[in-house]
Design a protein around this ligand. Structure first.
Ligand code: ATR
Length: 279
């Protein structure tokens, strides 16, 4: 990899990684905050992940983001982890801590909360929330959502046993329940979050009835150049808003940038720019 001498190096590792927006987002943050950084995307296979992380930091790299399918591997590799990474069981941000050890954090869940509560100005307290899906993406957002004083949080999954197993990891929280997609018929939620990977193949999770409250909203953790199937479903079913995860992507990046650089970028112009480019 080419390096620019004297410039702090960062990268996002993933596979595939070609369409990652992270280099663009971090470069915009750096310009905005007057920082000089070199942030690149690197295609890294799971088999070589540990070696590639080691050589990145050994050669002076300052920080890494990890994305699909490497977040669990990053979790296993990090010697020290933040509490939110421990809840998520996954790491999306790596750096070397003051003691010289590899330290892992997860900014995904906090990024979602920023997008919902600051950008979309939602007050989540006493709201009824539904998460669709029980994979890694769901696990990453449960704890930060539970901290919002919700009325309840239901996880619905095609394979309902996976939802039960996931909820067990957050036991002790009375607000958390699980169900099948069929059992959603007749229920009402103020916010439905799609955390399934169905959007990646432009599919819609098999929602029974329309479990959306009168002024309820829809949020898809996935994003793309076009509205996802779930975002379209929300619009067709009268959601008060139906958004994809572009805002969350920018917010999780801003939190990683802050961890590395100690400076908080203003996310709004970056979200605005990325949104305008896909219109
Ligand atoms: P990730 O780590 O990205 O969340 P994952 O662990 O493979 O990925 O989980 C994918 C989630 O999307 C699962 O909850 C999966 O449901 P199952 O557990 O029943 O497999 C869900 N999913 C994927 N495609 C789906 C579809 N077409 N309809 C409904 N749920 C779907």
């Amino acid at each position: 990899m080419n390096t620019t001498f004297g410039v702090d190096r960062y990268a996002v590792f993933g596979h595939p990684i070609g369409h990652s927006k992270s280099p663009r987002i971090h470069t915009l943050f750096a310009q905005q905050t007057g920082q000089t950084i070199d942030y690149r995307a690197q295609d890294v296979m799971p088999e070589s992940f540990n070696m590639d992380v080691e050589s990145f930091f050994a050669s002076g790299g300052k920080g890494l983001n990890c994305t699909v399918p490497l977040k669990e591997l990053a979790f296993n590799l990090a010697l020290q982890k933040s509490e939110r990474a421990l809840h998520a069981g996954a790491v999306n941000t790596l750096m070397i801590d003051a003691t010289g050890h590899l330290w892992g954090d997860n900014t995904d869940g906090a990024g979602l909360i920023c997008d919902l509560t600051i950008n979309l100005q939602l007050d989540l307290s006493d709201k009824r929330l539904l998460i669709l899906g029980a994979g890694g993406a769901s696990r990453g957002i449960i704890q930060p959502l539970l901290e919002q004083n919700l009325a309840n949080l239901v996880i619905a999954n095609r394979t309902v046993e996976k939802a039960h197993a996931l909820a067990k990891q957050f036991s002790g929280s009375g607000a958390l329940a699980t169900c099948s997609f069929d059992a959603l018929a007749g229920q009402q939620f103020d916010l439905i979050i799609n955390a399934t990977s169905a959007s990646l193949s432009d599919e819609l999770p098999p929602l029974s009835g329309c479990p959306l409250a009168a002024d309820g909203g829809c949020y898809d953790l996935a994003y793309g150049t076009q509205p996802t199937a779930f975002v379209r479903w929300g619009r067709e079913n009268g959601a008060s808003f139906s958004k994809d995860g572009l805002g969350m992507l920018v917010e999780q990046a801003a939190l990683a940038f802050y961890l590395w650089r100690g400076v908080r970028p203003d996310t709004r112009p970056v979200i605005g720019l990325l949104e305008s480019e896909r219109k």
